[in-house]
Design a protein around this ligand. Structure first.
Ligand SMILES: [Zn+2]
Length: 153
């Protein structure tokens, strides 16, 4: 952000506010920008916790259903229904976790360092490891292994 602001002869505060901030409003705008950033970071952490809770509930539900279907005496039709329910729960749980997870934070472009939130479609398609995901940067257009960031610095 700093080199960009220097090139444009504006302050970081102007950039974040989207307008040239008057000296009289400077303090107020700076505080507003800081509050926005803090709120955003808090939201991201909230989504991350929800993702973990959602994932945990899904795993417990699926394991219980499969265990029930495997070890308890029951008619075949009920057993099949339980397995179908387990698969449906797994799909719904993974889907919900993905929706929550994509909202919890940003991905950092390895080339230009831009932070961005990918679309759910790109997110699901992207090959990934625990901390990185293959995504296309919307700023420079390059595709690379983008690092996950929960909070904006
Ligand atoms: Zn980039």
């Amino acid at each position: 952000m700093l080199p960009l602001c220097q090139a444009l002869h504006i302050t970081v505060n102007d950039l974040l506010s989207g307008e040239k901030v008057q000296p009289a409003d400077y303090q107020k705008k700076a505080e507003e920008n800081m509050m926005d950033l803090m709120k955003e970071n808090q939201e991201n952490k909230k989504y991350m916790v929800l993702t973990v809770i959602c994932g945990t509930i899904t795993v417990i539900a699926v394991v219980s259903l499969v265990t029930l279907a495997s070890y308890i005496q029951m008619p075949a039709a009920v057993r099949v229904a339980l397995v179908v329910l387990a698969v449906a729960t797994a799909v719904a749980g993974i889907g919900a976790a993905a929706v929550l997870d994509v909202r919890a934070g940003y991905y950092e472009c390895p080339d230009c360092g831009a932070l961005f939130v990918p679309s759910l479609r790109d997110y699901v398609k992207g090959y990934h490891t625990l901390t990185r995901r293959r995504l296309q940067c919307p700023v420079c257009g390059k595709t690379g292994m983008c690092r996950r960031r929960v909070v904006r610095k």
